[in-house]
Design a protein around this ligand. Structure first.
Ligand code: GLN
Ligand code: ZN
Length: 767
C-alpha cells in the first residue's frame, strides 16, 4: 500500500507568494526574488510531505499564478498578441507569463490579459487557454522538467503532475470558427510525448495525469480522444507508471471508458462520490491499482478515521493491499494551508478547532490511514485513532453545533412559507403605491470602499478605535453617500455598505453556527486569496444584523432606502460547509435567518429589500442530471428568505456573472419583484433569455461595466437601454450598473452615475 498526494497549496503558509508577486508587479522587487520565493515554497512543501511520510510526492503542482496557464506556456500555446512582449524587451519567461495572466501595459505596449474562469465547481479561477485553427503546440517552457530535477536534487523522486491532454483541450476556448478544440489532440500529443521522454530520461517513475473531465458528461468524440491519446502514450512509454486522477464527481457513465484506458493507477474521489467504490472495483481489471481519494481536499473537516478505515478494508479485501493507495480526494490547493497557524482562541474556539484539518494536517491524515490499514507502528497510530474518535464524537454531540429550535423550525416549514401572499400580478399593482417612475434608477448596494474606509475597519479590529469612534466615521460616510445620491436624483437609494468587509463574512460574523480562521486563505486566482467562513453548526440569527444601519440611512432621506442582504445560497456557496448534513438543510437554515432579517427590515419601515444571490449559478452541479435537484432547493431557500413580507414590500435580487438561458425558468421561480443582472459587457445579449421567456417581473439590466474605472458615455447607456427596451417592455425596466461599486473610486463612480441618471431621464421622455 502506498500514499500519494495530488497537489499541495502553493501560496505558502503566510501567503508568501502573494506578497512577492504583488511587490514584483509594483516594481518593488526583482524577478530573482520572485523565483527564490517560489523555490523556497516548493522545497518546504516537498520536505513537509516527505517528513509526513507521503510515499509519492507531486511536483509541478507549484505555480506562480495558475497551473492551467503553466500548461499553455509549456505547450507554447501563446496567443500572437504577446509576441511583442517577448520580442520588444527580451523579457524573462516570467514576464511573458504574467503578461498572459494580467495583461501588459508598459511604454507603448498595451496587451490585454487572457480570459479567466472558474475551475469546475470550485472557487478557483484558471486562465482559459486560447485555441486557433491549426493551433501549433511545441515545448516552450520546461518548468515541469526543471522542477522534477529540482526535487531530485533534494533526494525526492517526485511524481510530475500534468493536466491530461483531453482535459487541457476541454478547458480551452476556440477563438475562431472552423475547427473543434478536441481535434487538436493530434497536434498536442507529440509535445506530451516529448515532455515524458525528457522526464523518463531523468528517471521519472511515475507521472500523474489530471483528467477531471472524466467525471463530466462527454461526447462520443471526446471519449474517442481519451482512448486514442492514452493508447499512444502507453505505446511510447510501456514502463512508465501512469496515475490517472479523476475528481470532483463520480465516473458515472464514463466508468467503462475510464477503466479501459491503459494506465497503472486510477484515482477516484470517494468524498464526492462514495458510492462508486464497488462499481469501480468491479470494472478495475486484473492488476490496476486503485487510489482512494478519502481525505476531503475541498473542505476543512477532520477525516473520520474509522469510517475511512472501513472503506480501505473493503478495497483491500477485494484487491489486496498492494493494489490500494490512499490519497486526498483532489489536489489540496482548495484547502487552507496550515491549521497550526490558528493560535488565537478568541478567534477560533478550541472546541471547533479540534474538528478541523487544513492541507498540512490532511497530508498527515493520509499517512495515518495507511498506517492503520497496514498495522505499522501500532502503538502510536492507535493513539491517533483514539484522538480522532474523541474529536469526531465531540463534533457529533457538541452543543455548539446542535440547536433543536433551529432543527424544529426547518422541520415545521410548509409550502406556504416559500410563497409570497399573492402572485406578482397582484403585488405589482399594490407596489404602485411606491410611486416609482419608469426606468427607475438604483445601484446594486456598495459604494467605494476607499483605503480610508478600510483603514478605519483595520484600526477598529486592532482596538485603535472604540466602537463609538468607528461607528461615527461609518455614519458620516453613509450620510455623505445618501446626500450625494439625493443630489444626483437617484430614485432608490442605498446606504453604501461601508460597515461591511465582505458580503458573506459580514453576515457570517453575526450568525450563530459560523466560525472564522485568521489565516485560512485559499487561492482564488493569481495572487488573490479568499478566507471563507466555516459553517460548523445550526445557523440562527441571535439579533437583527442590518436594521440599525439601514434605518439610520433611511432616517436621512425621504426617498426609498433599499435594505441590502446576502441571500442564503450565496452565503452557503462562499463558505466551507458542514459535511454532517445535506447542503440543502444548511441552506434552509440560513434562509430562515435571512427571512427574519427581511421581516425586521419591513417592520422598521423599509419598503424595498434586496437579497443578493450572485452565486446561484455557480452552485450548479457538474452533471446536468443533478441540476434540477439543486435548483429546487436553492430556489426554495431564496423564496423562504423573501416570503415573510407583505405584498407592498418590494423584494429585489441581484445576480452577476451569470448566463440565464438554461435556468431561466428557475430564475422566474425565484419570483423576486425586481432582478438586477450584469449585462453591459454582453451588450444586453444576456437579456434575451428573459425576453424569450416573457419574464413577467421587473428587470434591471446593468447599463455599465463596473470592473474598470472607465466612465461610460450617456449615449452608450441610452443605446443599451434602447436595446433592452426593444425586447422588454419599458414598464418592466430598471436602470442600474452591472454590480456593486465597492472596488471603484469615488471620482469615476460619481461621473458614471450622474450620466446614468440622465440616460434614464432621456428614456422616460420616449414613453
Ligand atoms: N450588494 C453587493 C454589492 O454591491 C453585491 C455584490 C455582488 O453581487 N457580488 O457589493
Ligand atoms: Zn454583482
Amino acid at each position: 500500500m502506498q500514499t500519494q498526494n495530488l497537489g499541495y497549496p502553493r501560496i505558502g503558509s503566510q501567503r508568501e507568494l502573494k506578497k512577492i508577486c504583488e511587490n514584483y508587479w509594483a516594481g518593488k522587487t526583482g524577478y530573482k526574488n520572485v523565483l527564490q520565493v517560489g523555490k523556497n515554497i516548493r522545497h518546504e512543501n516537498w520536505q513537509l510531505q516527505k517528513e509526513a511520510g507521503i510515499d509519492i510526492i507531486p511536483s509541478n503542482d507549484f505555480s506562480f499564478y495558475d497551473h492551467v496557464l503553466d500548461h499553455s506556456l509549456m505547450f507554447g500555446a501563446i496567443p500572437k498578441r504577446y509576441n511583442e512582449v517577448i520580442l520588444k524587451k527580451g523579457n524573462a519567461e516570467l514576464d511573458l507569463y504574467f503578461a498572459m495572466a494580467r495583461g501588459y501595459q508598459k511604454e507603448d505596449l498595451d496587451v490585454v490579459a487572457m480570459e479567466m474562469t472558474k475551475w469546475f465547481d470550485t472557487n478557483y479561477h484558471y486562465i482559459v487557454p486560447e485555441f486557433y485553427k491549426d493551433q501549433p503546440f511545441k515545448l516552450f517552457s520546461t518548468k515541469i522538467i526543471d522542477e522534477f530535477y529540482e526535487a531530485k536534487q533534494l533526494g525526492i523522486k517526485s511524481k510530475p503532475v500534468l493536466i491530461g491532454p483531453v482535459s487541457y483541450l476541454l478547458l480551452g476556448k476556440e477563438k475562431e470558427s472552423g475547427f473543434e478544440k478536441i481535434d487538436l489532440f493530434k497536434n498536442l500529443l507529440p509535445v506530451y510525448i516529448e515532455i515524458l521522454t525528457r522526464l523518463v530520461a531523468l528517471d521519472a517513475e511515475y507521472v500523474q495525469f489530471d483528467e477531471p473531465f472524466l467525471t463530466l458528461d462527454l461526447t462520443e468524440k471526446e471519449q474517442a480522444a481519451y482512448q486514442h491519446v492514452y493508447k499512444e502514450i502507453r505505446k511510447a512509454f510501456p514502463k512508465l507508471k501512469i496515475v490517472l486522477a479523476t475528481y470532483f464527481e463520480g465516473l458515472g457513465n464514463n466508468l467503462a471508458l475510464t477503466t479501459s484506458l491503459p494506465v497503472n493507477i486510477l484515482h477516484i474521489d470517494l468524498v464526492r462520490a462514495e458510492s462508486q467504490l464497488e462499481t469501480v472495483i468491479a470494472s478495475l481489471g486484473e492488476d490496476r491499482i486503485l487510489s482512494l481519494g478519502l481525505v476531503d481536499g475541498r473542505n476543512i473537516w477532520k477525516n473520520d478515521f474509522s469510517k475511512s478505515s472501513a472503506i480501505i478494508n473493503q478495497a483491500v479485501q477485494k484487491l489486496g493491499s498492494e493494489r490500494v493507495w490512499i490519497a486526498p480526494s483532489c489536489s489540496l490547493i482548495h484547502s487552507p494551508v496550515d491549521l497550526d497557524n490558528e493560535t488565537d482562541e478568541q478567534n477560533l474556539a478550541a472546541e471547533v478547532k479540534q474538528w478541523l484539518s487544513f492541507a498540512k494536517q490532511k497530508v498527515t491524515e493520509v499517512v495515518i490511514l495507511k498506517k492503520l490499514a497496514t498495522q505499522e507502528s501500532p502503538a502510536s497510530t492507535q493513539q491517533k485513532l483514539e484522538e480522532n474518535l474523541i474529536a469526531i464524537n465531540n463534533r457529533e454531540t457538541s452543543t455548539l453545533i446542535h440547536n433543536q429550535a433551529v432543527k424544529q423550525r426547518v422541520q415545521a416549514l410548509e409550502e406556504k412559507d416559500a410563497e409570497r401572499l399573492n402572485p406578482f400580478s397582484t403585488r405589482k399593482v399594490k407596489q404602485q403605491s411606491l410611486n416609482l417612475p419608469q426606468y427607475a434608477t438604483t445601484t446594486i448596494g456598495s459604494f467605494p470602499q476607499t483605503i480610508e474606509v478600510r483603514s478605519w475597519r483595520a484600526k477598529f479590529k486592532k482596538g485603535l478605535f472604540t466602537t463609538e469612534e468607528y461607528n461615527s466615521l461609518i455614519a458620516e460616510e453613509t450620510a455623505k453617500a445618501v446626500k450625494w445620491q439625493e443630489e444626483i436624483d437617484l430614485d432608490v437609494l442605498v446606504h453604501g455598505e461601508f460597515e461591511r468587509n465582505d458580503m458573506v463574512e459580514y453576515f457570517g460574523e453575526q450568525l450563530a453556527g459560523f466560525a472564522f480562521s485568521k489565516n485560512g486563505w485559499v487561492q482564488s486566482y493569481g495572487s488573490r486569496c479568499v478566507k471563507p467562513p466555516i459553517i460548523f453548526g445550526d445557523v440562527s440569527r441571535p439579533k437583527p444584523m442590518t436594521v440599525k444601519w439601514t434605518s439610520y440611512a433611511q432616517s436621512l432621506t425621504s426617498r426609498y432606502m433599499k435594505g441590502m442582504l446576502t441571500g442564503p445560497v450565496t452565503i452557503l456557496q462562499w463558505s466551507f460547509v458542514r459535511n454532517d448534513q445535506p447542503r440543502a438543510e444548511t441552506c434552509t437554515q440560513i434562509a430562515l435567518a435571512i427571512r427574519d432579517e427581511v421581516v425586521d427590515l419591513e417592520k422598521a419601515g423599509i419598503k424595498i429589500i434586496q437579497i443578493d444571490e450572485p452565486a446561484i449559478r455557480e452552485g450548479l452541479p457538474l452533471r446536468k442530471a443533478d441540476w434540477q435537484n439543486y435548483l429546487n432547493w436553492a430556489v426554495k431557500a431564496f423564496r423562504i428568505s423573501a416570503s415573510g413580507v407583505q405584498d407592498e414590500t418590494q423584494i429585489h435580487t441581484h445576480m452577476c456573472y451569470s448566463e440565464f438561458n438554461d435556468i431561466i425558468q428557475n430564475i422566474a421561480d425565484m419570483d423576486a419583484d425586481v432582478i438586477t443582472i450584469e449585462t453591459s459587457r454582453s451588450q444586453m445579449e444576456l437579456l434575451d433569455a428573459f425576453a424569450d421567456f416573457k419574464y413577467p417581473n421587473e428587470i434591471g439590466p446593468g447599463v455599465y461595466d463596473i470592473h474598470s474605472p472607465r466612465v461610460p458615455k450617456r449615449e452608450e447607456m441610452i443605446t443599451l437601454l434602447q436595446k433592452a427596451q426593444s425586447v422588454i417592455p419599458a414598464e418592466q425596466l430598471w436602470v442600474n450598473p452591472d454590480c456593486g461599486l465597492k472596488t471603484r473610486g469615488w471620482d469615476e463612480t460619481k461621473k458614471a452615475l450622474i450620466e446614468m441618471v440622465e440616460a434614464a431621464k432621456e428614456m422616460r421622455k420616449t414613453v
